[in-house]
Design a binder for this molecule. Structure first.
Ligand code: SF4
Length: 372
């Protein structure tokens, strides 16, 4: 059986107000114990689901770079010991503050093929509002360092809709990042709850949308083509791991708050295994397992698939559910074709259509519900 592997490293140097990912401030002890429990978990899941092929591994968080060189080296050794087969794509997430030469060297020696670095913005006023550490000059130096170790094989996270952000600031962020030629850039629109302290400083929704479109168009001028709602890549640099999520292909998730889904291709159903966002709980490997019936899997496949610029995998859809996509949601596809928001020759939204993804999905689910 083939499945990708996601590992969650729930440690950060400090916690950001707006973040939804499960993480704790890096503790003085227990990090090594956590990694050992993580590896036991990986080993058990690989055996339980009979995994003999891992097309991609993603070490995310949290901030995996707070592990430092020695621990990431240890982790890679253990992973390759548990699964000696070739893993074509291995991504490690990092933050500029904790990444250094030794860490990058250890990632390369461990087989990492991509590095994903969270910058969000260089603009100090916005960074302060978000409570993000790091000064722009030091961040730029780290970016140049990463360029030496992973030339064109790294991804940078940027954000739009930030407090105090203007088009000029966003242009400056994109220009700086593009001067290092990453292969991949993620551009996220910030969304936070009203309870977040800087909520009143955010641009109005229309201004935030305009900023996002400005950033998207500028990235395309630099030849980063949008291939998902928030992701842009140069040719051959799309993230294969994330594509497997958007296509709903099996993956294992290990670590506190991690979740994995194994699909039974013949039955068109799945099993989801989720860990609580709680390290102590994870030490007991207490996971919740749920079954995904056909309808749930169909809905998830559409929900995820239409985020991707190629749309849901139509061959997989037909094999799993015995019906073509056009026959499953004909009315929605037709009406969006008339609006010019479906790409010619495939069942996928245009970049303009992606801006209205939620509306498209609501209509899709209404069509499914009205039929059943
Ligand atoms: S460093 Fe990243 S993962 Fe950690 S709290 Fe901040 S945004 Fe979240």
């Amino acid at each position: 059986m083939t499945a990708s592997l996601y590992l969650h490293i729930p440690f950060c140097a400090s916690l950001c107000d707006y973040c939804d990912f499960y993480s704790v401030e890096v503790p003085k002890t227990d990090v090594q114990f956590y990694l050992e429990m993580l590896c036991t978990d990986i080993e058990q899941q690989i055996q339980q689901y009979n995994i003999n092929e891992i097309p991609s591994l993603y070490i995310g968080g949290g901030t995996p770079s707070v592990l430092g060189a020695r621990r990431i080296e240890w982790l890679f050794k253990r992973i390759h010991g548990i699964f000696p087969g070739y893993i074509p794509e291995i991504t490690v997430e990092a933050n500029p503050e904790s990444v250094n030469e030794d860490f990058l060297d250890a990632c390369l020696s461990g087989g990492a093929t991509r590095l994903s670095i969270g910058i969000q913005t260089f603009y100090e006023k916005s960074r302060q509002a978000l409570n993000r550490a790091g000064d722009p000059h030091a961040i730029m130096e780290k970016l140049e360092l990463i360029t030496r170790f992973f030339p064109e094989s790294f991804s940078v996270d940027l954000m739009t809709g930030l407090p105090f952000q203007t088009e000029a600031q966003l242009r400056e962020d994109i220009n700086r990042v593009c001067s290092c030629s990453p292969g991949h850039i993620s551009l996220y629109s910030l969304t936070v709850e009203p309870s977040v302290p800087f909520f009143h400083l955010l641009p109005l929704p229309d201004q935030a949308d305009a900023l996002y479109c400005f950033g998207r168009d500028l990235l395309e001028q630099y030849s980063y083509m949008q291939y998902e709602v928030s992701n842009f890549a140069r040719p051959g640099k799309r993230c294969q791991h994330n594509i497997r999520y958007w296509r709903m292909q099996s993956w294992l998730g290990a670590g506190a708050a991690a979740s994995g889904t194994i699909i039974d291709e013949k039955k068109g159903t799945g099993t989801r295994r989720t860990y609580n966002p709680d390290i102590e709980n994870y030490f007991r490997h207490d996971a919740v397992e749920e079954s995904l019936d056909q309808l749930t899997l169909v809905q998830e496949m559409l929900l995820m698939g239409f985020r991707y610029i190629e749309g849901p995998d139509e061959g997989l859809f037909k094999n799993r559910f015995g019906i073509n996509l056009e026959s499953y949601i004909p009315e929605t596809l037709d009406s969006w074709k008339h609006k010019g928001m479906i790409q010619p020759g495939k069942n996928a939204l245009t970049p303009e259509g992606l801006l209205f993804l939620n509306r498209f999905l609501i209509q899709t689910f209404e069509e499914i519900e009205n039929r059943s």
